[in-house]
Design a protein around this ligand. Structure first.
Ligand SMILES: [Zn+2]
Length: 200
């Protein structure tokens, strides 16, 4: 038998499904929301629904956006010849916040993870190759997180790109193995991009 009324129990159960939120934190948040002014809970509920409805993926780079193509893809002041390939939208945001890159992006939406059943067809790799045929891209920078899966993904993509007339480089310096671009500081991100090395 639960100690909480069933609707409160449901809220705790839902909150605990969020990343990084355990049962205890979920219960604390739920009790806080229960005591919070009604306009706060209404605005929270509305904004959760709003992002689900308004935000989608850019059909060109697969970044999160509320306009398609996204602001980065249509920004003519950016270097259209250089594409930075990242694992997920959070990595793109980290690079943008650091002001580390002035080209355009391509978000893979994951990395190869054969054990989890994620193969090349589950990532936006085909779309990247299509872009190479449609846009005047001369350089591709692989800025994929340096995990075992990330390295395998970068090697796989670098292999595919060999058949195209583009220079391919990989960021390395400064991001430790197993590290995550999202949590790297601006200086590290800038150095990692500057110190990119040509893919073999
Ligand atoms: Zn875009």
């Amino acid at each position: 038998m639960s100690v909480y009324p069933s609707s409160l129990e449901r809220l705790i159960a839902n909150l605990s499904k969020l990343p990084g939120i355990g049962q205890k934190t979920a219960a604390r948040l739920a009790l806080y929301l229960l005591r919070a002014p009604r306009n706060l809970t209404e605005s929270l509920a509305a904004s959760i629904l709003e992002v689900k409805e308004a935000i989608g993926f850019c059909s060109r780079c697969f970044n999160l956006t509320d306009v398609d193509p996204c602001h980065i893809c249509t920004d003519n002041s950016r270097d259209a010849a250089t594409i930075c390939v990242v694992e997920e939208a959070g990595d793109l945001l980290a690079l943008e916040e650091a002001g580390a890159f002035r080209g355009r992006y391509h978000v893979l939406q994951g990395v190869l993870a054969p054990l989890d059943g994620i193969g090349p067809e589950n990532l936006r790799i085909k779309e990247l190759l299509t872009r190479l045929g449609q846009e005047s891209i001369t350089e591709v920078i692989l800025a994929i997180n340096p995990s075992a899966e990330g390295e395998a993904t970068a090697t796989y993509i670098a292999g595919l790109l060999r058949q195209h007339q583009v220079s391919v480089s990989q960021i390395a310096q400064g991001i430790p193995m197993g590290g995550d671009l999202k949590y790297a500081d601006a200086v590290t991100l800038k150095r990692a991009l500057e110190g990119r090395r040509q893919s073999i």
